[in-house]
Design a protein around this ligand. Structure first.
Ligand code: NAD
Ligand code: GLY
Length: 361
């Protein structure tokens, strides 16, 4: 490790692992070596990321038996069929149980590579190498893996923790602006959940962040990863506090599915969902209207939408919300806000309030 690199530990007993964060990490063999079990490494990526970074990763892994599964790009390809393609490749190339899957890309690749690693021979080693802001601050950490189903987002999946996460901040230089903003939605989420001080920091540093200033980005990503690592360590399987990470997601997943996967980006849907959660919290008297307004302003400053696209069916959004994984015994449970930095789980509201928020958005 270079002296400038940051290491954050996810404490999960026997399944603990480090998150390495720094510059130039994807080109260095020692970023991956501690997490590789045997000589066999399957790099799972997509066409876009392969063109940018596959060569660097492959040369860093000289000496290993490397094979690649290059998938088509996009949320609409986050399907069981794509995962089957990865599993086919592992079998065709005779990969053994001690092989390692290396997921190189954004959250879509991380979730599918992770799910293939969870399923192949009942579970093989996984290295997450996230290349979008969203995947660096959220999806690569915590072990949620899976795919979408036409009837619901992320409805098929498994928990499978990686052996290590390698975050190379330089990969963000090639990320399109809209994708960068989408990642900022998950960044803002951490501030809203339980880190009010971070909310103020984001206000003060938003210009630097949007200009992709390295120092600001490193501090921001490290803070998000620490916050997530803390929640995961408390509740790996989402029986309790981890559910707070779903702030905005029940609204967001429904919007994403109703708009057609890929039309509204995941991060954009989360931003709209957080804005709806803030509205609903203020309707219920939990959050002041001033704080709801401040949240919407910060989302807008990060280049994010705060209301769904025109023409979206509100009825379909409501139906999809009822199917969400956060429905317990038929009752919808939402993450709401009692203040900035004070998220809570709530199910004791009239269903009409949700309809009102969705209808007005
Ligand atoms: P994505 O994986 O689709 O990546 C966004 C786009 O950026 C893609 O076109 C990709 O090819 C491209 N890209 C990736 N890295 C790039 C780079 N460095 N330079 C240029 N282009 C690059 O989307 P995402 O926002 O990273 O992830 C969204 C997905 O993550 C959703 O499916 C969501 O459900 C999932 N997710 C999972 C978790 C979890 O805990 N597992 C958490 C949050 C989100
Ligand atoms: N992104 C939600 C979670 O990891 O639990």
């Amino acid at each position: 490790m270079n002296r400038t690199d940051t290491v954050i530990k996810v404490e999960l007993g026997a399944r603990s692992y480090p998150i390495l964060l720094g510059s130039g990490l994807i080109s260095r063999g020692d970023s991956y070596a501690p997490f590789i079990r045997s000589t066999q490494v399957m790099v799972v990526t997509n066409e876009t990321v392969a063109a940018l970074y596959l060569r660097k990763v492959k040369s860093a892994l000289k000496g290993y038996e490397i094979d690649t599964a290059v998938l088509p790009d996009g949320e609409r390809h986050k399907t069981l069929a794509s995962v089957t393609g990865i599993l086919d490749r592992l079998l065709q190339q005779r990969f053994h149980r001690d092989c390692t899957v290396l997921a190189l890309g954004g959250g879509v690749i991380g979730d599918m590579g992770g799910f293939a690693a969870a399923c192949y021979q009942r579970g093989v080693a996984l290295i997450q190498v996230p290349t979008t802001l969203l995947s660096q601050v959220d999806s690569s950490v915590g072990g949620k893996t899976g795919v979408n189903h036409p009837l619901g987002k992320n409805m098929i999946g498994a928990f499978h923790q990686p052996s290590g996460v390698v975050i190379d901040i330089d990969t963000l230089t090639t990320l399109p602006g809209r994708e960068f903003s989408a990642g900022m939605a998950e960044v803002i989420k951490y501030a809203l959940i339980d880190d009010r001080e971070f909310f103020h920091w984001l206000w003060e540093n938003m210009d630097d962040l949007m200009a992709r200033d390295r120092t600001a980005l490193c501090s921001c990503i490290a803070r998000c990863c620490r916050n997530k690592a803390r929640l995961i360590a408390q509740d790996e399987r989402e029986y309790g506090r981890r559910a707070l990470l779903n702030l905005g997601h029940t609204f967001g997943h429904a919007i994403e599915a109703a708009a057609g996967y890929g039309n509204v980006l995941h991060g954009e849907a989360v931003a709209i969902g957080m804005s709806m959660a803030a509205d609903m919290s203020s309707h219920l008297g939990l959050l002041t209207e001033g704080d709801a307004r401040r949240i919407r302003s910060l989302l807008r400053a990060a280049g994010l939408p705060v209301s769904p696209p025109q023409g979206l069916s509100r009825r379909q959004v409501m139906a999809l919300m009822q199917q969400d994984k956060k429905v317990h015994q038929g009752v919808l449970r939402l993450v709401l806000l009692q203040g900035i930095g004070e998220a809570c789980l709530d199910s004791g509201f009239e269903p009409g309030v949700v309809e009102q928020v969705v209808a007005c958005a």
